[in-house]
Each structure stands twice: as structure tokens, then as C-alpha cells.
Design a protein around this ligand. Structure first.
Ligand SMILES: Nc1ncnc2c1ncn2[C@@H]1O[C@H](COP(=O)(O)OP(=O)(O)OP(=O)(O)O)[C@@H](O)[C@H]1O
Length: 722
């Protein structure tokens, strides 16, 4: 019973019987012997033929009008959208005879439009056209509501990627949206046809019952019922058989099933909010650990192509080939973004060919930044985007649509189009930009070969592994030779080995043809292997910006510290030791002591920076430099923090103890309150970590919830200007 309560069986069976029993009893009434003559009688034949013809035409009308209507209802924001959606439900709830009357009041002789049509010599009521209109009137909502529901639950990620590949709206609709919604479209169409076929009340009111002209099969059955009940039953059987045949044809085993979400990530939410799940490569709290991913050693995924293998070996791409060569020199990127509704206010410049990793906690604004560059997301605010000398968005400038931005998108999921083969997926961008199909396929094959995926060219996306899908996505992103590549956690959904292969591939592509790149990631390896520079965002602002090596070893922001795997306390300089007679720079270069007021109290450390009292600074120390005690220690210059143990978790061969410290009120330095703090976040308690051996943790015997002392020697603390 799959966890269902037993009582649901009874009403479910009764419900099924309510539908099945009447139909079954109809079958028992059929006199098989007289069936054929009844069905081949002229009246029955005409009615069946008319029903089929009018239902087909009404269904075509429903599709032609209903698909655009559903698209507007689901995707366009216009005043009164809800009202229109509610009104469309009316034909479902109104008695069809009322629908017929409504049509008469509109198109009848004295109707709103009927009078005009009459003048033009056109008469609709009581014609075959009236039958079609009556059928379409009652059938349209079935198609619209089915498609509207499917569209609303369908994310726009594939459409967004197609737009960045250069596809125009009509091509996106026909080649991306509708194929993805094929099952819903077929369902809606079948429902509409079935409804049209069975339509009676509106038809008889608006079109009457003229044999061969308006007398459809339901009307014929109704009229026969009084004169020849057996004939009525036989004709009803025909209707049941036709309806069943349609339903079986539409929903049988050959009905296009939506493939299981392949490892290649063919479904899921939009890159607008592209990261649906935390990166498996990132630790839950946002700390990254090189130790947890020792060198990212590939774990036998195989299938690396020549370019990939060369890249993996650290050499140039094999055979002098490039992965996605460039026709134009790399261009600089400038972004200025103020989106108050998302609390984002930042500016970023990326040099030509530079790879900038964008880091930050959830909600920091990373996706908003990428969306702004790609022209996606639909957020409101002041956005200026310049690539080279092309101003794509800005005050007084017509905003360039995504398809014309020459921006490539590579997301967490490959987002390949599931109804196209791999080679056609890669060729999609070049074809969208006007390249001939043959040339685009040749280019796609060459790129697939570069990424070691030529042998996958004929497969469909759901037949690919996650790593293979991402390789194809890399080829697709490079196929349009974008000026700027936007990369959004591209490897986080892959296992370690596949991620490393794909990472090296991207690295090879970049070495072969540097491309200005923004790389959003939570993975230390992405930064270490791909990034020239790191920008850290917190609460919509840039809080750190520096060379990748510098941020990884000497971070200056809270998130940067977590990312680099070090404890980082933000504060203000209280004191920096003065050197007798030497220049301050010389003294700093030798390393001198410094004290910083932080949320955990005054922290003593050493610095190579030139510090002034009151300057904003960070104190850094490794978790393994922290010792943990139950009592406050004495002795050599030490920092002792009274903390609350919040958790213990494995960390390589060690155990990591997490603790928080209470917040003290903010006071200016020099007031004598060593609790003066420059809170890195106005609300979050400061977290610090200590790495201990399992034996040391066992000896301490501490459990989460206990108050302890975390102690670190001043010599282990580095103080940096922020
Ligand atoms: N569609 C939206 N409408 C309104 N606010 C949004 C929307 N998408 C994001 N936001 C808000 O904008 C801010 C920035 O979100 P954004 O998605 O850019 O952050 P992020 O750094 O990419 O986060 P994550 O790592 O969780 O994806 C957040 O406060 C978020 O709540």
C-alpha cells in the first residue's frame, strides 16, 4: 500500500466503478448481430464522419489558439492574468447548453458580431462551422489548462541557455520549449479532441441537428434514443470505441515518455537560481578543505579525449588542437550592479582573458551577478554591463538581449536538449547564429573531439553520464565562441573524478584560447586550478578582491577565511608594536606583534603589514593551531577564547571541533573595552574551529553544548589589514 491508509481503497474502487460500470452495462446491451447494419446506415455513417471531421478541425483550432494562450498565461505578466485564467475555466463548469446560448448571443443573427457577419453575407449558426466553434468552445480550456500547468511547473533553464547561445524567441519556442512540453501538449490535445468528439449541448443549441451538416454522432445518438434505442446503444458503442482508441493511441506504451533525469542533468531549475543543491564538493558549512580532496586525484572515469588527456598531463592540447579556439582577442568585462530588491550593490572589472572566481555564502548575489551579465533573471535595478567596447546594458542604453551578448553559460547541470542528439546540441548555438547546419555539425564534431566526446555524438542526453554531459556542455558553450564565459558551479554535481576531468578540460580550453570568465564556485579546486583572481561577495557587496593565491593563503573576509579553511576573526587594530628607530615598513617586513579587537575579545598575533590603530584588520589562524582546554591556561603569549562547543565532525585523520562565541556590544577601539568588534555579519555568531586528534578529543571528553577554552599562541596568529 506504499504507506497509504487502507480506507482509501473503498472510495477509490467506488470511484472507478462509477465510471466503468455504466460503460460496461452499455456493452452488455449491444446486439452484436444487428451492429453492422445499424452502423452502416446512412444517418449513422454521416454522423460519425461529421463528428470526426469537426472534432479534428476544432482540435486544430484549439492547438493553434490554445498554445499561444497558454504561453501568455504561464509566462507573460499582464494585468488581469488571473481573471483571464479564471474565465477560461467557465466552459468547464457551465452547462454546454449555456455555452451554446452564449455563442448564439454573439454570432446569432441579432448577436454582437452575428449582425455584422450577416451584413457581409456570412451566417455561422446552424452550419458545420457552428459545430466546430461549439466544440472548440468547450474543448479549448482542456488544452490551455493542461499546457498552462505544465509550463508553470517547467523551469526556464533550457530556454535561458538557448538564449545565450543566440537563439531567437521563435526558435526557442519551437526547438526548446514545445519539445520539452510534448507530453503535456499531446495530453492536452487528446483531451481537447475527446471533449470535442463528445460535445452535445452547445452543438445542438448553436448548430441544431441537420443531417450531414450539423448532426454529429452525440446528436444522432440522442435523436435515435426515442425512435430506436438499439441503434442508440450501438452508436454509443462506436463513440466509446473511438474514444478508447484515441486514449490508447495517445497514452499507450509508445507515448513519448519523459526520459528519467539523466546524469547529464536534462531537467531542473533555472540558472537564474541555478544552484539547487549544495555542492557535494563543498562542506556543509561552506568551509572547504584541500585535505578532504587530496589533490583532486581523478578517480577512473575514463573517456578523456586527446585534449583532455593532454590537459590532464599538464601539457598543451594534443596535436596542436585547441578546445574552442577564438576568432577574436579576449575582451575586458565591466559590471556595475545595483539591485535594491535583492540587496545587491557591487562593481566588478575583469581583465581580458582573466578568470575571476566569485565566492560567497548563499544569497550573497553570485547568481544575480551572472544573470546580469547574461541578461537573464528579470530583476529590476541599475545594471551596467560592458564587454570590450560593447555596452550591453546601462543608463540610456537599449539593453542587449541575451542572444546578442556573446556570452556563454556553463551551469551546474548540463541542460542539454533532451530531444536532440549530442552533436545537434553542440551545433544548436552556431545554427542559431546563422551557420549552415552542415558547417555547424562539422564544428560540433570537432569540438566534441576536442573534449573527448566524439564517440557520443549520436547519443541523446539521457544516455550520457554526468561527466559526459558536462563535457558536451563545455563543447556547446564554446561552440559560439563567446567573449565572456559565465560558469556557475559547473562541476558540483559530478563525482570527484568526473569533476576533475571536466575542470582540466576547461583549463585546457582556457590555456589554448584565454577567455574572460566569471566562475561561481564553492570548490577550492576550481579556484586553485582555474582562477587568476578571487572576488568574495557577502550580502550583495564585494568584501574581498585579490589574486587567487593571496585569497587562499591570506584571506581577508569571513567567507574567504572559511573557504581557505582557516579561522578568521574580523576586528580593528588596537595596538601595533612600535620599533625603536627603524622605519615602519622595515619593522613590518620583519614581522611585529599586533593586537586586534574582535568579537572574541582581543587577539594577539604577528603582522607584516603596516598597521595603524583603529584600522580594520583580520586575525588568521589554522584550526590545527588551536588547542582546547576545560580551564583557562596560563603561560606564554596566548589567545584564550571562552567558547560554546557546537559540534564535532571528522576532518581527514583529525576531528574538527566547532565552537561559537557570544557577541559583545560594539564599542570603538581605545575605549578600554576589549570586546570592541567589527562584526563581519550583524547577526551571525563568530565560529571558530579546532582540529584535534581523536585521542585528544576522547581525553577531553567534551560534548556539544559545553563551554570550553580555545587557545592559540600569538605566534600562530597572522594579522592582516583588511
Ligand atoms: N527571483 C528572485 N526574486 C527576488 N529575490 C531574489 C530572487 N532570486 C534571488 N533573490 C534574492 O537576491 C539575493 C541574492 O541572491 P542570489 O541568488 O544572487 O545569491 P547567490 O549568491 O547566488 O546564492 P546561492 O549560492 O544560494 O545561489 C538573495 O537575497 C536572494 O534571496
Amino acid at each position: 500500500m506504499n504507506g497509504l491508509p487502507r480506507w482509501v481503497v473503498l472510495p477509490a474502487v467506488l470511484g472507478a466503478l462509477l465510471v466503468v460500470l455504466p460503460v460496461a452495462s452499455l456493452l452488455t446491451r449491444v446486439d452484436v448481430g444487428s451492429l453492422w447494419p445499424l452502423l452502416t446506415a446512412p444517418g449513422a455513417r454521416d454522423a460519425l464522419w461529421l463528428s470526426l471531421r469537426t472534432s479534428v478541425v476544432a482540435t486544430v483550432l484549439c492547438v493553434a489558439l490554445g498554445v499561444p494562450l497558454a504561453l501568455l498565461l504561464a509566462r507573460a505578466a499582464f494585468p488581469g492574468r488571473r481573471v483571464v485564467r479564471a474565465l477560461l475555466l467557465l466552459p468547464l463548469v457551465l452547462p454546454p447548453v449555456v455555452g451554446g446560448l452564449a455563442l448564439l448571443t454573439l454570432l446569432g443573427r441579432s448577436g454582437l458580431l452575428g449582425g455584422v457577419l450577416e451584413v457581409l453575407g456570412m451566417r455561422v449558426p446552424f452550419t458545420t462551422a457552428a459545430v466546430v466553434l461549439a466544440q472548440a468552445f468547450v474543448a479549448l480550456p482542456f488544452l490551455v489548462l493542461t499546457l498552462d500547468g505544465a509550463l508553470r511547473s517547467h523551469d526556464t533553464a533550457h530556454e535561458d541557455v538557448a538564449a545565450t547561445l543566440g537563439a531567437r524567441p521563435t526558435r526557442i519556442l519551437l526547438r526548446v520549449t514545445l519539445p520539452a512540453l510534448a507530453p503535456a501538449l499531446v495530453s492536452g490535445t487528446v483531451l481537447a479532441f475527446a471533449r470535442a468528439l463528445g460535445e452535445f449541448g452547445a452543438t445542438i443549441t448553436f448548430a441544431g441537428a441537420l443531417q450531414g451538416v450539423t448532426q454529429t454522432l452525440p446528436l444522432e445518438i440522442y435523436l435515435q434514443r426515442s425512435s430506436d434505442p438499439d441503434a442508440a446503444v450501438a452508436l454509443s458503442l462506436v463513440l466509446v470505441v473511438v474514444a478508447l482508441a484515441i486514449i490508447i493511441a495517445a497514452y499507450g506504451p509508445w507515448f513519448p515518455q519523459v526520459p528519467e533525469q539523466g546524469a547529464a542533468g536534462t531537467g531542473g531549475p533555472t540558472p537564474a537560481n541555478g544552484r539547487t543543491s549544495p555542492s557535494p564538493a563543498a562542506e556543509p558549512d561552506g568551509w572547504s578543505s584541500a585535505a578532504a580532496r587530496p589533490g583532486g586525484r581523478p578517480r577512473g572515469t575514463g573517456g578523456g579525449g586527446p585534449a583532455l588527456d593532454a590537459a590532464a598531463a599538464g601539457g598543451p592540447v594534443a596535436g596542436g588542437a585547441t578546445v574552442g579556439g577564438r576568432a577574436r582577442p579576449p575582451a575586458p568585462l565591466h559590471v556595475r550592479l545595483r539591485v535594491p530588491e535583492r540587496g545587491v550593490d557591487l562593481a566588478i572589472d575583469v581583465a581580458p582573458g582573466e578568470v575571476v572566481a566569485v565566492l560567497g555564502p548563499n544569497g550573497a548575489g553570485k547568481s544575480t551577478l551572472l544573470q546580469a551579465v547574461a541578461g537573464l533573471g528579470g530583476h529590476r535595478g541599475d545594471v551596467t554591463v560592458t564587454i570590450g567596447d560593447r555596452v550591453l546594458a546601462g543608463p540610456g542604453v537599449r539593453t542587449t538581449p541575451p542572444r546578442d551578448r556573446r556570452v556563454g553559460w556553463l551551469g551546474q547541470r548540463a541542460l542539454l536538449l533532451r530531444h536532440l542528439s549530442v552533436v545537434d546540441n553542440v551545433a544548436f548555438g552556431p545554427v542559431s547564429r546563422g551557420m549552415s547546419r552542415d558547417a555547424a555539425r562539422a564544428l560540433a564534431m570537432s569540438l566534441l573531439s576536442d573534449v573527448g566526446a566524439a564517440h557520443l555524438a549520436g547519443r541523446r542526453p539521457h544516455e550520457l553520464s554526468g561527466g559526459q554531459g558536462q563535457r558536451v556542455a563545455i563543447a556547446r558553450a564554446l561552440a559560439t565562441d563567446p567573449d565572456v564565459l559565465l560558469v556557475d558551479e559547473p562541476f558540483s554535481a559530478l563525482d570527484v573524478g568526473a569533476a576533475q576531468h571536466a575542470r582540466l578540460l576547461l583549463q585546457a580550453a582556457h590555456r589554448a584560447a584565454p577567455r574572460t570568465t566569471l566562475l561561481v564556485t564553492h570548490d577550492l579546486l576550481d579556484v586553485a586550478q582555474l582562477a587568476d583572481r578571487v572576488v568574495v561577495l557577502e550580502e550583495g557587496r564585494v568584501v574581498e578582491d585579490g589574486p587567487a593565491g593571496e585569497v587562499l593563503t591570506r584571506p581577508r573576509s569571513t567567507f574567504g577565511g572559511r573557504f581557505a579553511g582557516v579561522n578568521l576573526l574580523v576586528g580593528r587594530v588596537v595596538r601595533a608594536a612600535a620599533g625603536g628607530g627603524r622605519g615602519r615598513a622595515a619593522e613590518a617586513a620583519e614581522g611585529s606583534s599586533a593586537e586586534v579587537a574582535t568579537t572574541l575579545g582581543e587577539v594577539h598575533g604577528t603582522t607584516e603589514d603596516v598597521l595603524d590603530a583603529g584600522a580594520e584588520a583580520v586575525a588568521l589562524f589554522e584550526p590545527r593551531a588551536v588547542s582546547v582546554h576545560r580551564d583557562p591556561p596560563g603561560g606564554s603569549p596566548r589567545n584564550a577564547f571562552r567558547v560554546l562547543l557546537t559540534g564535532i565532525e571528522p576532518h581527514g585523520p583529525l576531528l574538527r571541533m566547532w565552537a561559537t562565541a557570544g557577541r559583545r556590544p560594539h564599542t570603538e577601539p581605545g575605549t578600554g573595552d576589549t570586546g570592541a568588534a567589527c562584526a563581519d555579519s550583524p547577526t551571525a555568531p563568530t565560529q571558530i574551529a579546532a582540529d584535534l586528534t581523536p585521542a585528544a578529543v576522547a581525553e577531553l571528553g567534551a560534548v556539544p553544548g559545553e563551554r570550553l577554552w580555545f587557545v592559540v599562541k600569538a605566534a600562530e596568529v597572522t594579522v592582516l589589514l583588511r
